[in-house]
Design a protein around this ligand. Sequence first.
Ligand SMILES: [Zn+2]
Length: 256
Amino acid sequence: MAGRSATPPVGHVSSAGPDIGGSLADLAYRELRRSILAGGRPPGTALSVSALAREMGLSRSPVREAVQRLIHDGLATHLPHRGAQVVALDRGELMEIYEVKEPLEALASRLATPRFTEADVRRLQEMLAEQDRAVAPPFRADESALMELDREFHSYIHRVAGNRVLCETIAAWSSRTNLAFPSGWANPEYAALSVAEHHEIARAIISGDAAEAERVTARHVRLVRIRLARWQARVSSAGEVPDGRVGVPGVRDAGS
Ligand SMILES: [Zn+2]
């Protein structure tokens, strides 16, 4: 287990002296983003500038800027008469995002394969070893830590791919999929399957087979989408999905 905290709270930010603009806004942005992605502020949570400014011990202007950046990232939205809130994905939208991610992630693996250096291979293997430890029995589900390991693995491949447009496009959509709570990562069987698929992707990349890397990556994203739909339907039918959180309809004929 990675030992990360599941839901790090937003800390009180020290702000002695005058507002130094950019850097405080940056700090507020990073704190809020981390808290949202860790599930500490579920979809639908209000992001009131004045309340957040009080909570974080900052003036309103850097907090307002941080909230604007979250809106730009697609993690927050501004509703008329209600202000900003953490984005609540439409049930079908989450599945649509995964459909878009499938060929993009596959392309990233194809482009990254010939660019992988010895050092990149070692780093990929370290990440996989960490994932193996995280899903090994006794499985202690730390959903947000597992999601972070997944994000780290895929982001590394995106960076090696070396295509900035592709990186930015995937990142914009990936932020939103990270709001999918409950994610399948709390389920030991699903988590182990994802890690096994990561090994498959790494084997193809390390062997230099770009076409195979593309194929198994597309398959991984497709299977994640199907598992996520099934898991959320299961949790939802058990009445365990709180209001305002993302849920997706059951996918019965998902074909895998
Ligand atoms: Zn993955």
